[in-house]
Design a protein around this ligand. Structure first.
Ligand code: FAD
Length: 320
């Protein structure tokens, strides 16, 4: 069976959920071979084997932590040479897309970014993308070289599939460019305890209707009752009510959770561009004509200051 290279996103050996999703997709098109790099790479092996990785290629070196993406590209290229895969899958984070693009350039292959689904196809993997503010769904296939495909988090369900995995050390020779851009400092973001916005299974977002920074507490309370991430419209972040890092939309982050709850958001096309691929959309808006209701699966016409706290209380009560 053809092997499919999966680039592993992990934090000190803890494999992040988007990588497990990539393994689920890789199994559709072949036999997954995972590439784990950096500090804790060896600790990823059992989680990767539990999700179908037939081989796990590992390599640790200080370069991965000290320099930007080039050492990782060098290593992925080395894995590509060793495996000759049928496809290379990388998660659609900013870093993932840069690594994938650089690899595609080096190996002379076509690349597809931000896929939301993947099928085997007769002539190679076929990727589904959601384009033009999610107004169109396209299907594409790489027609030159080995397909390099980045996949958006939450595009598929994680499924355990234990495999008798072989762990191998990956020999990597770094290029001259590997040490070209050094990381000079790191400031950890203050943790909210909430999931990362682009990876969260549930996102609760607030817009101009929330009316002020202090009122975002009710959005956060609903998010916490559901274990969700908090998002915001551009109107809300531009007003300084919530950090820009939480903006959802064309010029913000693109999310694709199982459930997206929009409160006090009108549903402008630029906002929709970042959330329209969410599996289930719930809108809370006092204006029955708000465009957000056109794409919502469930809508509540009402004042969010009444609806959201009631919803939070009800969810908490059902959890008790
Ligand atoms: P509004 O459009 O003002 O909507 C507020 C909604 O809240 C209304 O529907 C109102 O009925 C409702 N409401 C008010 N009070 C209550 C209440 N008490 N209870 C319930 N409902 C209430 N926007 C983004 O979000 N993300 C982007 O990435 C983005 N990128 C952009 C890029 C460009 C180039 C441009 C030109 C614009 C971009 N925008 C983006 C802005 C976008 O066009 C809209 O202006 C913005 O999304 C509006 O935010 P909003 O829905 O919160 O506010």
């Amino acid at each position: 069976m053809a092997e499919v290279l999966v680039y592993v996103d992990h934090v000190d050996g803890v494999v992040r959920k988007p990588t497990l999703e990539l393994l689920a997709l890789a199994r559709r098109i072949g036999e997954p071979v995972a590439v784990a790099l950096g500090n804790g790479a060896a600790d990823t092996a059992s989680a990767l084997a539990g999700h179908g990785a037939a081989r796990v290629l590992i390599h640790d070196a200080s370069e991965y932590g000290e320099y930007l993406v080039v050492p990782k590209v060098d290593a992925l290229r080395a894995a590509y040479e060793q495996v000759s895969p049928a496809a290379v899958l990388v998660s659609s984070s900013a870093e993932g897309k840069e690594i994938a693009a650089r690899l595609a350039l080096r190996i002379g292959s076509g690349i597809i970014t931000d896929a939301v689904d993947l099928d085997a196809g007769d002539e190679g993997p076929v990727a589904t993308q959601s384009v033009f503010a999610a107004s169109y769904t396209t299907k594409s296939r790489v027609s030159k070289g080995t397909p390099v495909i980045t996949v958006k988090p939450n595009s598929t369900a994680v499924a355990a599939a234990p495999a008798a995995s072989i762990v191998e050390s990956l020999p990597v020779a770094f290029s001259d460019q590997a040490t070209g851009t050094k990381i000079t400092g790191r400031t950890p973001r203050e943790s909210t305890g909430r999931p990362e916005l682009t990876e969260a299974a549930i996102v609760v977002s607030g817009g101009r209707g929330v009316g002020g920074a202090e009122n975002f507490a009710i959005i956060e309370a609903l998010a916490d009752s559901l274990g969700a991430a908090v998002g915001a419209s551009r109107a809300a972040v531009d007003a300084g009510w919530y950090p820009h890092t939480h903006q959802v939309g064309q010029t913000g982050k693109s999310v694709s959770p199982q459930l997206y709850i929009a409160s006090g958001i009108s549903g402008a096309v630029q906002h929709r561009a970042g959330m329209q691929t969410s599996k289930t959309i719930v809108a809370i808006n006092k204006d029955p004509e708000a465009p957000i209701f056109d794409l919502a699966d469930y809508g509540v016409v009402g004042d969010l200051f009444e609806v959201v706290p009631q919803l939070t209380e009800e969810i908490k009560a059902r959890k008790d």
